[in-house]
Design a protein around this ligand. Structure first.
Ligand code: PMP
Length: 421
């Protein structure tokens, strides 16, 4: 495997005897060889592509415009003039950083306004915002649960949830995807052995575009005296008639979920995470959650853009309707063309399962040549047999873009299939 390294890395560097050489570590060699696999098949590296402007239904790469399916700018809030203006105003007023943890001296009026707007939108008592969505899951799960507790989570949980569970030191068990019955079995078997039990599910699942059966988990959490946490990274602004997420979709009282988690990086055109919950949980987190207490407050620009986006979602729920129309149209056309859309269920995430990493990459490159940008999802992000293209749909896509994309996709997929089969 020597040649893998001599090509890419700074091989000329003098190595002192006894120095630890990261370039020779199994971790680095493993990464290098997986990157090499695509290169040796004559395909371009699909990662870290530079997008030269705002990414919504379109994007500019290398000076050329593409129809874009790679951004979770679901409601086209990033790039929206009203949001940009509110963001600029916040920078004029407060600067570019709050320059301290909120607990000590980083608090700005924008922070509480945003938290109260999130809580009000979701129909719960209060909320806390943190600088990252990933950090929110990791920090809050890691902090609220510990040894002697049990965390039950969906088998397809996002990395941030799994990392939070590991950090907590609680016992962690995954149940089969979206299978409340399997979760119930675990509760019956183990509930008695633990002090606190947390069940974690997501609203919409980011690889498959399906969603969890929330009412069943609400029933379980009540029957077995467990906490229920729902990660709404991909369901806030996308699910429910007015974008209020899974509680609105199912007509579940939002107060029946203990911890609503979400991110501001998707439907809210910003960056950061939140927990929305009862007053006491939020108060506890604000004084004790490590990722909040020992981290800088959300920047004025991020707080202002999320707040302005949330106001727009409330004022213009038509965007949510448009997103739903686009998602349903895409799914309908893809199915009609005979493509395998897996478990996708009318959400703005539509996977097209190819079942082969290199073919997924090649398909994405053929689409790119047709002016269409879509990300391949390859092993090890998913199992090899589940390698896919993943389409993120936004409210700003047009019917024409959807038709053109599915036509091109179906054409190339058939050609590839013929070639390989
Ligand atoms: N939860 C889920 C389900 C996610 O998909 C993501 C990221 N895409 C996160 C949490 C982390 O959010 P962020 O990217 O805003 O840090």
């Amino acid at each position: 495997e020597e040649h893998l390294l001599s090509e890419g890395g700074p091989a000329e560097r003098e190595v002192l005897p006894g120095d630890y050489q990261f370039s020779q570590s199994p971790e680095y060699l493993k990464l290098r060889s997986s990157l090499k696999l695509a290169e040796s098949a004559g395909l371009t590296n699909p990662y870290f592509t530079q997008h030269e402007g705002v990414t919504n239904d379109r994007t500019v790469i290398g000076g050329k415009e593409y129809i874009n399916w790679c951004s979770y700018n679901y409601l086209a809030m990033s790039g929206e003039p009203d949001v940009q203006e509110a963001t600029r105003d916040s920078v004029d007023r407060y600067g570019t950083s709050v320059s301290a943890s909120r607990l000590v001296s980083g608090e700005k009026p924008l922070h509480r306004e945003l938290e109260q707007a999130i809580a009000g939108f979701l129909g719960v008592e209060d909320a806390i915002v943190m600088v990252g969505g990933h950090a929110t899951n990791e920090s809050v799960i890691g902090h609220m649960y510990g040894p002697g507790d049990l965390i039950l989570h969906d088998a397809l949980s996002h990395n941030s949830i799994v990392q939070g569970c590991k950090l907590s030191g609680a016992t962690r068990r995954a149940f089969a995807h979206n299978d409340a019955g399997a979760c119930e079995e675990l509760l019956k078997r183990y509930r008695g052995e633990y002090r606190q039990v947390l069940i974690v599910v997501e609203g919409v699942y980011s690889m498959d575009g399906d969603f969890s059966p929330l009412p069943e988990f609400v029933r379980l959490k009540k029957e077995h005296k467990a906490y229920l946490m729902v990660d709404e990274a991909h369901s806030l602004g996308t699910m429910g008639p007015t974008g209020r997420g899974m509680s609105e979709h199912f007509g579940v009282d939002p107060r029946e979920v203990d911890l609503w988690m979400g991110t501001m990086s998707k439907s809210l055109g910003s960056c950061g995470g939140y927990i929305a919950a009862c007053r006491e949980i939020i108060e506890y987190l604000k004084y004790t959650a490590p990722g909040f207490v020992f981290s800088v407050g959300l920047s004025p620009a991020n707080a202002a853009s999320a707040l302005a986006s949330l106001k727009l979602v409330k004022e213009k729920p038509e965007r949510v309707d448009r997103l739903r129309h686009n998602s349903e149209l895409f799914l309908k056309l893809a199915k009609k063309a005979g493509l395998n859309t897996g478990m996708s269920a009318g959400t703005p995430i539509v996977p097209v399962i190819i079942g082969n990493s290199l073919q997924s990459l090649e398909l994405s490159q053929r689409l790119f040549a047709d002016g269409i940008n879509v990300q391949p999802i390859m092993y090890p992000a998913v199992e090899e047999s589940a390698a896919r293209l993943r389409f993120f749909i936004t409210s700003s896509h047009t019917d024409e873009q959807i038709h053109k994309t599915v036509d091109s996709l179906a054409k190339h997929w058939k050609q590839l299939h013929r070639k390989s089969g």
